[in-house]
Design a protein. Structure first.
Length: 156
């Protein structure tokens, strides 16, 4: 099963928008968001995906992740099965060295929150951190999208 290794950070300012080479509007919901396991439906512009995430072996940084593209119509239909609370965001892609940072600018109940994440091929892989990156929040459950759906940033 594929593993996902990603680090998450708070974003300090909006300079990432000037550095971005692409951005997409994303709406996502959760069919299941039990602790440590989620089934997510995501519509990103005109594409849809279903993603299953599971706990990391030994509770470490990588977690299990299975993602499959589905039709846009399937994505729209599955959104009706989702638990209350949707995530609404624009994802900006920014190159830094050999990595791409995904910067999520949240809207709705999470407006004001901007986070960046970078996927790695190993836990100890080095990465060039852009100037707009602030505090690392990797592993802090408050910043998981599945948590933000229930406990929006505006309520903190």
């Amino acid at each position: 099963m594929p593993l996902e290794i990603e680090r998450k950070f708070i974003v300090l300012d909006n300079s990432y928008k000037r550095e971005s080479y692409k951005h997409d509007h994303i709406v996502q919901g959760y069919i299941c968001s039990d602790e440590g396991r989620t089934v997510r439906v995501r519509i990103s512009d005109e594409r849809a995906y279903i993603t299953i995430k599971g706990p990391a072996p030994g509770g470490g940084l990588p977690c299990y992740e299975f993602e499959k593209e589905i039709t846009l119509e399937e994505g729209r239909q599955l959104m009706h099965l989702c638990e209350p609370g949707m995530i609404d965001k624009v994802r900006w892609l920014v190159k830094s060295g050999k990595h791409t940072f995904e910067v999520d600018e949240f809207f709705g109940e999470n407006e004001g929150l901007v986070m960046a994440e970078v996927e790695l091929s190993s836990v100890d892989e080095s990465v060039i951190i852009p100037d707009f990156i602030g505090k690392e929040v990797t592993g802090d459950p408050r910043y998981f999208n599945s948590h933000l759906r229930i406990h929006p940033y505006r309520t903190w």
